[in-house]
Ligand binder design. Structure first.
Ligand SMILES: Nc1ncnc2c1ncn2[C@@H]1O[C@H](COP(=O)(O)OP(=O)(O)OP(=O)(O)O)[C@@H](O)[C@H]1O
Length: 149
């Protein structure tokens, strides 16, 4: 099955004053000000955002490093759109890597979560009920479900 969504289109991003926020040659951020490693233009394709901001992190799982990519922002700012594109590109790259290494065996685990208004939803589940967050005996937080592909 192929996906029909064209993520080659632009990724919507907010505009920042690059002179005060861009770490490449820009001024150091003031206290309580966020530091931006990269700001994309509002017409930047999602593919570019993936290549320049997410690919290295996503593919670090292939060397055994746990990684996380998340989108944070106001409603309708394009988080779901951008993350869907990034997920497609990352999965394609990961499977491409695996297919070229037939001598090795890989186990892939994938989970997709949405945190909204303090509730956590499993985006791979058809049932939309929020997940419960539980403390394990060591006092660490765990989810009550995880799907495996
Ligand atoms: N780069 C883009 N190009 C074209 N359409 C886009 C783009 N980014 C977002 N959209 C469209 O804008 C709308 C809102 O985007 P999206 O659902 O991704 O926002 P969101 O941040 O996930 O919103 P919410 O916080 O409400 O879940 C959607 O209809 C989506 O298809």
């Amino acid at each position: 099955m192929t996906t029909t969504t064209n993520y080659e289109r632009t990724t919507r991003t907010m505009h920042f004053d690059q002179t005060s926020h861009n770490t490449e040659g820009g001024a150091e951020p003031k206290e309580n000000e966020n530091k931006w490693y990269r700001v994309f233009r509002n017409d930047s394709p999602t593919k570019q955002v993936y290549e320049e901001a997410a690919k290295e992190v996503a593919l670090s799982v292939l060397s055994g490093i746990n990684s996380s990519i998340f989108a944070y922002g106001q409603t309708s700012s394009g988080k779901t759109y951008t993350m869907s594109g990034i997920t497609d590109f990352a999965i394609a790259d990961i499977f491409n890597y695996i297919e070229k290494r037939t001598e090795r065996e890989f186990v892939l685990k994938f989970s997709a979560l949405e945190i909204y208004n303090e509730s956590v939803r499993d985006l791979l589940s058809v049932d939309g009920t929020p997940l419960r967050l539980l403390d394990d005996p060591k006092g660490q937080l765990s989810r009550d479900s995880q799907r495996k592909l």
